[in-house]
Write a protein that binds this ligand. Structure first.
Ligand code: NAP
Length: 273
């Protein structure tokens, strides 16, 4: 069921320090934040499994990595995965174990906003379920599989970074499913952070506001504000998010960024507008 592909590259199979490359899984790696984080990690010498539902966009990410940073031959594997399907997630982490032998980082990033602009009283239950299945159940399934691998492997331990949102703190109008799941991710982060302590598993969360991706195209054309008006909003470069995630990822396991908030400086959030 899962399509796999290994990308070509030239760099030696070790990091500049001579240690074995660290291994990451990035979900939603075929676009936006996931792609940018995957490229950042690969350029820094990590090995990365790229996961998402569309094989062709994962392969584009792999090709971009090979062109931009000459990632090693064995450094990239593309695994077609729907994170809301338990059997897909099981197959993803089995493939990572076979190909790389261990797991140091899960960037739990795949997500969907769901149908925008639908008032709560009109939201179909299927639409609610799709957002919950992707953003919460998918994140749980991936975190559980990563946790199991990190607990069992030798040396033990690893890091999980959940991609929350400013919506983990404050809603936009007509975003009940997205906001509820992103608030729930904060609970997932805290619970896993506690449960990971005995096993050297560090769990943190990045809460992003208005990185320029497909998901935030509406920010630049006009998006509904809390006061009922439409307004354009500032966005920031997705590469600035990727650098933050890499910083969190490369800390020693004895240190953890529990929550990081990275947002377009002038977006409406602080100051209630
Ligand atoms: N951009 C922002 O300012 C911002 C702000 C706060 C939070 N975030 C969060 O950042 C994450 C990435 O968003 P983005 O802005 O980069 O938007 P995006 O480009 O739309 O990325 C979403 C990614 O998730 C993948 N995905 C969706 N459903 C999936 C599923 N069931 N299984 C596997 N992969 C799935 C998509 O790939 P496929 O369609 O190929 O599966 C896509 O690559 C999301 O969790 C989002 O909530 C973004």
């Amino acid at each position: 069921m899962n399509a796999e592909r290994t990308a070509a590259s030239n760099a030696p199979g070790t990091t500049p320090s001579g240690a074995s490359p660290k291994v990451a899984v990035v979900t939603g790696a075929g676009s936006g934040i996931g792609r940018s984080v995957a490229l950042e990690l690969l350029a820094a010498g990590w090995s990365v499994a790229l996961a998402g539902r569309r094989t062709e966009t994962l392969e584009e990410t792999a090709a971009l990595a090979a062109a931009a940073s000459g990632a090693r031959d064995e450094a990239v594997v593309c695994v077609r995965t729907d994170v809301s399907r338990p059997e897909d997630v099981t197959a993803l982490f089995a493939r990572v174990g076979e190909h790389f032998g261990r797991l140091d980082l899960l960037f739990n990033n795949a997500g969907t906003f769901g149908p925008g602009g639908v008032p709560v009283e009109e939201l179909p239950y299927d639409a609610w379920r799709h957002v919950v299945d992707t953003n919460l159940n998918g994140a749980f399934l991936c975190a559980q599989a990563a946790f199991r691998q990190m607990k069992e492997q030798d040396p033990q331990g690893g890091r999980i970074i959940n991609n929350g949102s400013i919506s983990a703190h404050a809603p936009r109008p007509n975003s009940v499913a997205y906001t509820a799941t992103k608030h729930a991710l904060t609970g997932l982060t805290k619970a896993l952070s506690l449960d990971g302590r005995p096993y050297r598993i560090a769990v943190g969360q990045i809460d992003i506001g208005n990185a320029a991706t497909d998901m935030t195209e509406r920010m630049q054309s006009g998006i509904l504000q809390a006061n009922g008006q439409l307004a354009t909003e500032p966005v920031m470069d997705v590469a600035d998010v990727a650098r933050t995630v890499r910083h969190m990822a490369e800390l020693p396991l004895e240190a953890n960024v529990q929550f990081a908030t990275v947002l377009a400086t002038n977006m409406p959030y602080v100051g209630r507008g």
